[in-house]
Write a protein that binds this ligand. Structure first.
Ligand code: NAD
Length: 505
């Protein structure tokens, strides 16, 4: 019924291909509903809180063996994982669509991101290097070495059910750390499918220790147990700022390492010189793609007053023709929200925007699509950046504000609690350079002439302020999964002290 792509993406086929058997998906206490049509996909057995100690202990046992495996050999496991992901791409991508409501192309894109980070991590496994440093003492050598840390607890959100696991795990594994994964309670099936894919890679690898990857199924309390445990030295948590506020202090209390990837409130500045046709395409993809449920979704449009009316008109036209419907049908560009609470959140935000002086275009339930929570994306033209605009509402709402000078626009872009992604559309090189300079955007990501969403894995991903400050994926993000050690080696027959200190005995 829902399927019109050439590949069979029916849920039964996809689950079967991914090794998820009917019997394992019934009788448990965690009900998993598909946002596509509201149907019950599974009732999964939940991991009990009392099991967490054993799970963490098993991960530490695996650590003791895995850290001894040379890093390039650890990379071989991740290479095999990449191969298995390639083979399972269509099925896992379709399951992402069923469970998270992404359109087919975005579901596949998410799996491609997993493959890409595996490729990066395989190369990185031969590049876990430190510096050598000039010593002030004769006959001495200084260097730094990087060592595995121990189990990494990876907590993930519903909207990217598998890629952030891969960003963390591909690097954690080559760095010598086992992983305990706590996926969102809304998307546990993609996690179990990924575990099966990982086990296929393990089988081919041969001699890896048991429990290199463990998946715990359940709610926030399992994430809390990981955060509180001294035996989980790294916690990488992706989700809302509310969650980060709970996890961050818990990990800090025990001096653990925390990588936080939290909410965003991403903006685009559109300058008078901008290529408006390109801007309209970029705005539409980043504001309505994934039904506005990306951490990097475009939520705020800061437009020069001379082009605001024209741009809003063009956007209205683009929005009016958007194909909204089942994410599994060919041609759909806007799928469902994850659940009813998300739909209620969108309505609440739109009514707040209205009461704060906004003019709303669009919004409301999408006609002719039933089962899931399908909404019309909305544009809210605001008199200024009011309180509601400063909140992240996880739905396709685009707030539009006007500016006069670039200073004003940059100030508005930075004047929100979050600091994930940002961009400017301009053909003026001074404006572009200013935006990415010290005096420009305060976000972890700042782009020129592309939208704020859809990052590549080669760069470090993450943001500042209430986005949490973590960095994952490319650049030197691998260092987040290792401990740095400074070594001084004396190969002389003297024992000089640093800073000329004398201590003769
Ligand atoms: P959420 O915060 O409700 O849940 C995320 C995960 O945290 C889930 O696994 C949940 O069970 C767990 N959790 C919740 N409370 C916890 C606690 N007190 N202790 C430990 N674990 C806890 O988020 P969500 O609704 O699934 O996802 C949407 C949010 O995630 C948005 O705010 C979005 O911007 C953010 N997000 C950020 C990034 C990023 O990279 N910055 C990526 C994806 C999503």
């Amino acid at each position: 019924m829902l399927v019109s792509t050439s590949k069979d993406t029916s849920l039964k086929t996809v689950l079967g291909n991914l090794g998820l058997k009917d019997g394992d998906l019934k009788g448990g206490t965690l009900a998993v509903h598909s946002p596509v049509d509201g149907s019950l996909m599974a009732e999964l057995a939940e991991t009990k809180g009392a099991e967490m100690d054993r799970i963490i202990k098993d991960a530490n046992t695996a650590f003791k063996a895995w850290r001894q495996v040379p890093a390039p050999r650890r990379g071989e496991l991740v290479r095999l994982l990449g191969d298995e992901l390639r083979a399972a791409k269509d099925d896992l991508g379709a399951l992402v669509s069923w469970e998270a409501g992404k359109i087919v192309s975005e579901g596949l894109g998410e799996v491609q991101e997993m493959i890409d980070i595996c490729d990066l991590a395989v190369g990185q496994s031969r590049q876990l290097f430190g510096l050598t440093i000039a010593s002030e003492r004769p006959g001495h050598r200084m260097m730094e070495t990087w060592h595995p840390m121990g189990p990494a607890g990876v907590i993930t959100a519903f909207n990217f059910p598998v890629a952030p696991w891969a960003w963390n795990s591909a690097l954690a594994l080559v760095c010598g750390n086992p992983v305990i994964w706590k996926p969102s309670e809304k998307t546990p099936l993609t996690a179990l499918a990924t575990l099966n894919i990982f086990e296929r890679a393990l089988k081919k690898f041969g001699d890896a220790p048991d429990n290199l990857l463990q998946v715990v199924i359940g709610r926030a309390d399992l994430g809390e147990a990981l955060s509180a445990s001294r035996d989980v030295p790294i916690i990488s948590a992706t989700g809302s700022t509310r969650m980060g506020r709970a996890v961050g202090p818990k990990v800090a209390e025990r001096f653990g390492r925390c990588i936080l990837e939290l909410g965003g409130n991403n903006a685009m500045i559109v300058a008078p010189s901008a290529d408006l046709d390109m801007a309209v395409r970029a705005i539409t993809f980043s504001a309505v793609g994934t039904a506005g449920q990306r951490c990097t979704s475009l939520r705020r449009l800061i437009v020069h007053k001379s082009i605001k009316d024209d741009l809003v008109q063009k956007l209205e036209k683009a929005y009016s023709g958007l194909p909204i419907g089942s994410p599994l049908e060919d041609g759909t560009l806007v799928g469902p929200l994850i659940d009813k609470a998300a739909g209620d959140g969108m309505e609440k935000a739109l009514s707040a925007a209205k009461s704060q002086g906004g003019t709303i275009i669009g919004g409301g339930k999408a006609e002719g699509v039933d089962g899931g929570v399908y909404v019309n994306p909305a544009i809210a033209v605001m008199p200024s950046q009011t309180d509601i605009v400063k909140e992240e509402t996880f739905a396709p709402i685009l707030y539009v504000m006007e500016y006069d000078t670039l200073d004003e626009a940059i100030e508005m872009q930075n004047d929100v609690p979050q600091g994930l992604s940002s961009c400017i559309f301009t053909l003026n090189v001074r404006e572009a350079e200013r935006f990415v300079s010290d005096m420009g955007s305060d976000c972890g990501i700042a782009n020129v002439n592309i939208g704020p969403s859809g990052a590549e894995i080669g760069g470090a991903f993450g943001g500042e302020k209430e986005t949490g400050g973590g960095r994952e994926s490319g650049s030197d993000a691998w260092k987040g999964y290792m401990r740095r050690q400074t070594n001084t080696v004396n190969y002389s027959d003297e024992l000089p002290l640093a800073q000329g200190v004398k201590f003769d005995i």
